[in-house]
Design a protein around this ligand. Structure first.
Ligand SMILES: Nc1ncnc2c1ncn2[C@@H]1O[C@H](COP(=O)(O)OP(=O)(O)OP(=O)(O)O)[C@@H](O)[C@H]1O
Ligand SMILES: [Mg+2]
Length: 276
């Protein structure tokens, strides 16, 4: 299924450092006799933003959890920065779909958790956390509890918490899907701004193909499960910095969307058929 990928018409999205940061090599993930993903190969360069899309239940979170060391592959290897993943990784920032803040801790205390496990002394923790909360636009909200914040503000706290320790790899599992469209655009732009300041390898999972193209350097498609695998991978050669709302109006964005959707659509349909 060779689909023409839009040729870049201008500067590619920044000069990527090509050193591989995450290498997923022939990874198979099983739950009992159910083989969720089989023989997945993916490499993410340092500083690269990879978006993964695929139908619901195909194994996206499972792949992300293998990178984080939360699940062990039945076969194959995951390597981060040259070292095989053998257990839970602490060089990783994980941004979850659901609210992952501790409800009994304030914003600042939640952000500090990102440093606590690294053994950073308390005065330095406090100072760096204050700075990060300001960076994500939450100056003055340091002592609020999660229930005293809006959904978007809680997401900002989570972003600060995931990024404060300067992780080598940032994993995101549909981080913005619970937000309304305007807040989502704001948060996506915010994420891009923070990421551009200090580019890390990112693996983001999303249901939203527009989000994948607007944010990613590359979009990989996972097939419908079981035995899901990467069926195609599309480079997104749209220059940065990007504004996620504006970039959707770019004709190159629309061409890319059409191309990727032509490939993804069949998998989404298969996954619905298999459910009956
Ligand atoms: N702990 C588990 N035990 C048994 N089966 C599991 C487990 N976790 C996931 N699965 C199954 O593996 C498959 C992949 O699940 P996964 O959560 O990775 O899908 P996903 O692509 O992230 O879906 P969604 O887009 O809905 O979040 C699904 O069929 C799911 O039911
Ligand atoms: Mg999932």
């Amino acid at each position: 299924m060779a689909l023409a990928v839009v040729k870049p018409m201008s500067v590619p999205s920044g000069e990527l450092n090509k050193r591989p940061m995450v290498s997923i090599d022939a990874v198979t993930m099983s739950f009992g006799s159910y083989v969720a993903v089989q023989d997945v190969n993916l490499t993410v360069a340092d500083g690269e933003f990879l978006a993964i899309v695929g139908p619901t239940g195909c194994g996206k979170s499972t792949v992300l959890n293998a990178i984080a060391g939360l699940l062990k592959p039945a076969n194959g290897t995951v390597v981060i920065d040259g070292a095989p993943v053998k257990g839970v990784q602490n060089d990783i920032g994980y941004l979850f779909q659901q609210d992952a803040l501790l409800p009994w801790k304030t914003s600042i205390e939640n952000v500090e958790l990102g440093l606590l496990f690294k053994g950073v002394p308390s005065a330095e923790r406090r100072e760096r956390s204050m700075n990060w909360l300001a960076k994500v636009g939450l100056k003055g909200f340091e002592h609020r509890y999660p229930h005293q914040l809006s959904g978007g503000q809680r997401k900002r706290v989570q972003m600060a918490q995931a990024l404060i320790s300067g992780p080598k790899v940032i994993l995101m599992d549909e981080p913005f899907s619970a937000l309304d469209i305007h807040t989502r655009h704001l948060m996506q732009n915010e994420l891009l701004r923070l990421w551009q300041e200090e580019r890390r390898a990112v693996v983001m999972i999303t249901h939203d193909l527009e989000e994948a193209i607007a944010l990613g350097d590359r979009v990989a498609i996972l097939a419908a499960g079981p035995r899901s695998r990467v069926i195609e991978s599309f480079p997104v050669e749209l220059e940065r910095p990007r504004d996620v709302a504006e970039i959707k109006l770019d004709p190159r964005f629309m061409d890319l969307y059409r191309n990727i959707w032509a490939s993804l659509r069949g998998e989404v349909e298969k996954s619905y058929e298999r459910r009956d």
